[in-house]
Unconditional design. Structure first.
Ligand SMILES: [Zn+2]
Length: 494
């Protein structure tokens, strides 16, 4: 350690080399008279500080050989945020493209940063829903700590965001904002009436008649009597469709406004406020999108982005399913509406949608927010399939046995019977599972069960070995992410 401390003090860390310590050279930072670097030892990642000053004093750690060895703890992360501003998350506003790169494992962000660095797009590295936290047994503190340390490790100074994703409850919104999350994705699905979609015309008319006259007049006047004029969007309201949209979205609009007034408007810092209406039974027509946006603007609700549910299917981890020509027509209108109201169109479950990325890049003029979440988990599984076939086989088998449980959380159309039987594949063939949609979805949606699975004695069935394998294969994992997420960016025109 003495040699390393000396190297850090002299600011010449390239002179240090050791078979037992990996130095993340990009992390090297000098703050006042404190030099700081991240390393990996046999015990995992550590911060090594040398010199003196406030940062040095505040870091909690052990004094060793005239320096300090500090853990990647929550407290030390807060200290980094205080002294090294680029390690704290930030809001981005609407003038730059952004990509949500949710990292369920807390180890994918370095690879994500390497992929996005230098490009005309900014990463939202911390992005988890409450469902994901529950399935992985993590907290928002863990998520933010992992993202901040990845940013420090890579010396990435262009800024990153932190998204409290798909939040529905006020307590969760308060929790995320209290921790300093810089983006909030409001999930309005519980205020969207999913029964309307399957109702007959007569049923819809009868239900609509029960709404207050003033409310009906308000909507009819605004959408039936005055034609909507949004350059680039095709909007045609019919009386029938309007009734349906009002029944589906009116309560949701009230919810959006209430949350905005209570939590977003009073903040003394910028937060990227996203509205999500994607997790519903009803695809969002351009007319419905315009109606929601127009009502929000009239009520003074400013948003960063809106996530409609597009036509066709955006299933997890696989390409777009649906009519691409229809998708293109509707996307053109959705994108034009977003431009008109000065926010970004947000595309959820955006990983692996290779056939529609060029359209998204084109119609949004490169100004979009796109979310990916589980695709980096699949890249991690690919690493395991390559280097630890025994672990992969056990995980695959477990996923097969527990697939039905996982479908409670995710909508997929996986055909389990179409997945090649494990026993028929040689070890060298295991990574090929990651090329096959059914196997991808099988592993994609069972992540929580796999990570939490326990042996009879209470120890983790897979997680410890899984994380150990990935720690040893850090560079292979990052390389896989650079390739896979890099393909996303290329097709999106970034
Ligand atoms: Zn969503």
């Amino acid at each position: 350690m003495k040699q390393l401390i000396e190297a850090i003090k002299s600011g010449n860390i390239s002179t240090f080399s050791s078979p037992d310590v990996k130095v993340y050279a990009s992390s090297y930072t000098l703050v006042g008279k404190t030099s700081l670097v991240m390393v990996r030892t046999a015990e995992g990642k550590k911060l090594i500080a040398a010199g003196e000053g406030e940062l040095y004093d505040q870091l909690i750690g052990d004094n060793v050989d005239g320096g300090k060895v500090a853990a990647l703890s929550h407290e030390n992360r807060l200290t980094l945020n205080q002294f090294i501003p680029y390690t704290a998350p930030q809001a981005f506003g609407t003038q730059v493209a952004t990509m949500g790169l949710g990292d369920r494992l807390g180890i994918a962000s370095p690879g994500h940063i390497q992929t996005i660095r230098g490009k005309d797009i900014r990463p939202v590295l911390a992005q988890q829903s409450i469902r994901e936290l529950a399935l992985t047994g993590r907290t928002y503190e863990d998520v933010l700590d992992a993202a901040a340390y990845a940013v420090f490790q890579e010396g990435y100074k262009d800024g990153y965001g932190a998204d409290g994703d798909h939040l529905k409850k006020e307590e969760d919104i308060e929790y995320a904002l209290r921790l300093g999350f810089t983006m909030l994705t409001l999930d309005c699905s519980e205020n969207i009436d999913n029964t309307i979609e399957s109702m007959s015309e007569a049923e819809i008319a009868a239900k609509y008649e029960q709404l207050p006259v003033s409310l009906r007049n308000h909507y009819e006047k605004r959408y039936l009597e005055t034609p909507a004029n949004v350059p680039g969007a095709t909007l045609a309201y019919t009386s029938q469709a309007l009734k349906k949209d009002v029944l589906i979205y009116d309560a949701a609009i009230n919810f959006m406004e209430a949350i905005f007034r209570k939590y977003i408007a009073p903040l003394d810092r910028a937060v990227d406020f996203e509205i999500s209406i994607d997790e519903t039974a009803t695809p969002t027509s351009p007319e419905a999108h315009y109606l929601v946006a127009n009502e929000l603007r009239d009520r003074g609700v400013t948003i960063f982005s809106m996530a409609p549910r597009f036509c066709g299917e955006f299933q997890k981890g696989i390409d777009y399913i649906g009519d691409i020509a229809q998708f293109e027509r509707e996307l053109a209108s959705h994108a034009a509406i977003a431009v008109h109201f000065e926010y970004k169109l947000s595309i959820h479950s955006g990983s692996d949608k290779f056939s529609v990325f060029p359209l998204i890049g084109k119609y949004t003029n490169g100004l979009f927010h796109i979310k990916t979440a589980g695709t980096n988990w699949l890249e991690a599984v690919r690493v395991v399939a390559k280097v630890n076939p025994s672990l992969y086989r056990r995980m695959h088998q477990y996923a097969l046995e527990h697939f039905a449980e996982a479908t409670a959380y995710y909508h997929v159309t996986t055909d389990i019977g179409a997945i090649a039987p494990l026993a028929e594949l040689t070890d060298a063939g295991l990574p090929d599972y990651m090329e096959e949609n059914n196997a991808r979805q099988l592993l994609h949606i069972t992540y929580g069960l796999l990570l939490q699975a326990k042996n009879a004695d209470g120890s983790k069935q897979f997680a410890d070995e899984f994380f150990q394998t990935l720690a040893e294969q850090e560079e292979t994992f990052a390389e896989g992410l650079r390739f896979h997420i890099g393909r996303h960016l290329e097709l999106l025109g970034k």
